[in-house]
Design a binder for this molecule. Structure first.
Ligand code: MSP
Length: 516
C-alpha cells in the first residue's frame, strides 16, 4: 500500500476563514479522498499559523491576548472545515507543544550545521505577508495601496539563516526535478524572479516581538514566523518526538499552497530541510487566487465571502462542486454567487440528482426495484459503459495534476450520456408492452444504468462525499464507499443479482436565489 502525505498551507489566525482559504483546503481534500479510494494510506494535514506580528497586532487592536485570538480563530477554521466535509486526519496549530518542541529541535540541528549566524537586520518588512522585502518590493507596495499591504522599516539584532549557501541545492531541485513545482508556469516564475537573481540570507529571529517560539539559548529572540510555520509539515508527523512515525511519512507527497507563497516552499523550506539533514518534499502545487466579482478580496472593498453562508444556503457540496467546476485550480479564478446557484441546479439537481431519481423511480415502478445482473450486454450498452472505463483509466493522472474542473466536465458528459440513454431507450414505452415480454430488455437497460451510475458515484465521491455515500448505499447497502477501493469497484458485476435498489431521499433540493 502506497502512502500519500498531503498538506495545505496553515492559515493565519488574524481573522476567520474566507472563501480563498477554503478553496485550497477543498482542493486538497478532493485529492486526499481520491487517493484513499485508490487504496493509498493517506495522511491529510491542515492547521493554523498563529505567531508573528500580524496576529500580535490584531490581538492588541481587539484588546485580547494573541493566544485568545488564536484560540478563537483556529476553532473557526476547524469548524468551517468540518462543515465543508474536509477529511483532514490531523490539524496542527503552531502553538501546539509538539510543534514548539519540533521547531526548537530543528533550530538546533540547523545551528549545529553552521547555517545560522548573528547580524543586524536593517530593512523593510511587510506585515501582511510577514515577509522581509527588498527596496524595490517595498516601493511597489507603497505605490500600490490597493494591494492592501504596508511596509515598515525595521532595525534590530537578529539571527540569519545562510540561505545563499543553498543556491546550488535549490537550483538542482527546481530545475533538475521537472515536477517539483507544479503547475509549470509557477516553476518558470520562481526561476526567473527569485532563483536567477540569487538567494539571499534571511533573517530568522526577531528581538522586537515576543509572540513567537523562543530561540534555544538566545534570550530575547523568537523564531521568525515563516521559519516556525514551515516546520508544521514535520512537527505534525513526529519530528523531534516520534522518529519512527516521522520516517514513515516524510517526505510529503505534495504541499498544496497558493501562488503567493511558492517561494517560501520551494527555496527556503528545501534549504532549511537540507541544513537539518532532511529530504525536500516531493512536490509543491501552487494554485491560483480566487477573486470575488473579479476583484481582489479584502476588508476595504467589503467583498469578503464567508463560505459558511453559502454552505448554509446550498449545502457544502454545492460550494465544493461549484468552486472546483468553475475554476481551473492551477490558474486564477473567481467566486461568483450566480454561478454557484446555476451549477447547483443545472449540474447537481437536474444532472446527477435527476438521473438517480428517474432511474430508481422507474426501476421501482417497472421491476419492483429489483436489479438483475447481466453478465453480457448488447453492443450499444457495452460501448456506453466502456466510456466510463476510458475516463476512469485517465482519472489518476488528471487528479494528480489537480485538473479538477476538467475531470468534473468529463464526468458530467457521462451523466448527460446516461440521461440521454434513458430518453433514447424510453423504458416507459417498453414497460407498457405485453408481448413479447419486455422484462429482459428492461433488465438490460437498468443494469446498464446502475453500472454507469455506480461508476459515476465512485468518480464524483471525492467532490461530493455525502451525496456519493447516499447513492452508493443504494447499490451496496451496509457496505459504505469508504470501505471500497477503485480496484474492487472495477470488478464487474459487483452489484449482487436480485439486490433491491431503493430510492434515496432527494439529494439536491431546489433553493431560492437570495434576494439581492
Ligand atoms: N500562514 C501562511 C502560510 C504558512 S504555510 C507554512 C499564509 N497564511 S494565509 O492565511 O494568508 O493563507 C493561507 C493559504 O490560503 C495560502 O496558501 C494562500 O495562498 C491561500 N489564499 C489566501 N487567499 C486566497 C485567495 N483569495 N484565493 C486562493 N487562495 C488564497 O500564507
Amino acid at each position: 500500500m502506497a502512502k500519500f502525505f498531503i498538506t495545505t498551507a496553515i492559515h493565519y489566525v488574524n481573522g476567520p476563514p474566507h472563501i480563498g482559504h477554503v478553496y485550497e483546503t477543498i482542493g486538497a481534500d478532493v485529492l486526499a479522498r481520491h487517493h484513499r479510494l485508490r487504496g493509498d494510506e493517506v495522511l491529510f494535514l491542515t492547521g493554523t499559523d498563529e505567531h508573528g506580528i500580524k496576529v500580535q497586532r490584531k490581538a492588541a487592536a481587539e484588546g485580547v491576548t494573541p493566544r485568545a485570538l488564536a484560540d478563537r480563530n483556529s476553532l473557526k477554521f476547524q469548524q468551517a472545515f468540518d462543515r465543508l466535509l474536509i477529511s483532514n486526519d490531523d490539524f496542527i496549530r503552531t502553538t501546539d507543544r509538539r510543534h514548539v518542541r519540533a521547531v526548537q529541535r530543528f533550530w538546533q540541528a540547523v545551528e549545529t550545521h553552521g547555517d545560522i549566524y548573528d547580524a543586524k537586520y536593517e530593512g523593510w518588512y511587510c506585515i501582511q505577508d510577514e515577509n522581509f522585502v527588498t527596496e524595490k518590493e517595498a516601493k511597489e507596495i507603497q505605490e500600490h495601496p490597493e494591494l492592501g499591504k504596508t511596509v515598515e522599516w525595521q532595525s534590530e539584532d537578529a539571527k540569519f539563516f545562510r540561505l545563499s549557501a543553498f543556491q546550488g541545492h535549490v537550483e538542482r531541485l527546481i530545475e533538475g526535478q521537472a515536477d517539483f513545482i507544479r503547475p509549470e508556469n509557477r516553476r518558470n516564475e520562481m526561476v526567473s524572479s527569485y532563483l536567477r537573481p540569487g538567494l539571499r540570507d534571511v533573517c530568522v529571529s526577531r528581538t522586537t516581538l515576543d509572540w513567537g517560539i523562543p530561540v534555544p539559548n538566545a534570550p530575547g529572540h523568537v523564531v521568525y514566523v515563516w521559519f516556525d510555520a514551515l516546520i508544521n509539515y514535520i512537527s505534525a508527523i513526529g519530528y523531534g518526538g516520534d522518529e519512527e512515525v516521522f520516517r514513515r511519512w516524510w517526505p510529503a507527497d505534495v504541499h498544496v499552497i497558493g501562488k503567493d507563497i511558492v517561494k517560501f516552499h520551494t527555496a527556503l523550506w528545501p534549504a532549511m530541510l537540507h541544513a537539518a539533514g532532511l529530504e525536500p518534499p516531493r512536490r509543491v502545487f501552487g494554485h491560483g487566487f480566487l477573486t470575488v466579482g473579479g476583484k481582489k478580496m479584502g476588508k476595504t472593498l467589503g467583498n469578503v465571502v464567508d463560505p459558511l453562508e453559502i454552505a448554509a444556503r446550498y449545502g457544502p457540496e454545492a460550494l465544493r462542486y461549484g468552486l472546483l467546476r468553475e475554476n481551473d485550480f492551477g490558474g486564477d479564478g473567481n467566486y461568483d454567487a450566480d454561478a454557484i446557484h446555476t451549477r447547483y441546479h443545472s449540474d447537481l439537481a437536474n444532472g446527477l440528482g435527476n438521473l438517480v431519481n428517474r432511474t430508481l423511480s422507474m426501476l421501482e415502478r417497472y421491476l419492483y426495484g429489483c436489479h438483475h445482473a447481466q453478465p453480457e450486454l448488447p453492443e450499444a450498452e457495452t460501448a456506453l459503459l466502456a466510456r466510463f472505463g476510458a475516463l476512469f483509466a485517465r482519472l489518476d493522472e488528471m487528479m494528480d495534476a489537480f485538473r479538477f474542473s476538467q475531470v468534473l466536465a468529463e464526468i458530467w458528459e457521462l451523466i448527460a450520456a446516461l440521461n440521454k440513454y434513458i430518453d433514447d431507450t424510453k423504458p416507459w414505452e417498453l414497460a407498457k408492452a405485453q408481448k413479447p415480454d419486455p422484462r429482459p430488455r428492461l433488465h438490460q437497460i437498468f443494469a446498464t444504468l446502475a453500472e454507469g451510475l455506480r461508476w459515476t458515484t465512485a468518480m464524483v465521491a471525492p467532490f461530493l462525499p455525502d451525496a456519493a455515500g447516499k447513492i452508493w448505499s443504494v447499490f451496496h447497502p451496509g457496505r459504505p464507499l469508504e470501505k471500497w477501493t477503485f480496484r474492487q469497484i472495477a470488478a464487474r458485476g459487483a452489484i449482487p443479482d436480485q439486490t433491491v435498489l431503493a430510492k434515496p431521499p432527494v439529494l439536491f433540493p431546489r433553493v431560492e436565489k437570495p434576494s439581492a
